[in-house]
Write a protein that binds this ligand. Structure first.
Ligand code: SF4
Length: 94
């Protein structure tokens, strides 16, 4: 029986929350860290509405989107955009 693929995780659940100068990084202020992480990685065809609603109020939205674009994040909602929306944005920037 096929096993489901492991779900990607946010870097801030695993990684550093301080930058090189010891200041709090943007991940520390991520609004989604206080919500249901499942909403940010919906199944294919699943609703992204709830995650995007959270992103609208997030103070680090720009940093989050920049991170996702720089790291070529393929899955989930980052900076209020889906994978597809990020791909479109990248194509327009080229
Ligand atoms: S913009 Fe959205 S995905 Fe990014 S940190 Fe904020 S709430 Fe999380």
């Amino acid at each position: 029986m096929p096993q489901p693929a492991p779900r990607p995780e946010r870097p801030f659940t695993l990684g550093e929350v301080f930058d090189d100068e010891g200041a709090l990084s943007w991940q520390e202020r991520a609004l989604c860290a206080q919500t249901d992480p499942e909403a940010f990685f919906p199944e294919k065809g699943g609703s992204t509405r709830e995650a995007k609603r959270v992103c609208v109020s997030c103070e680090v939205r720009a940093e989050c989107l920049e991170y996702a674009l720089a790291h070529d994040e393929r899955f989930g909602i980052w900076g209020g955009l889906s994978e597809r929306e990020r791909r479109k944005l990248k194509r327009r920037a080229i």
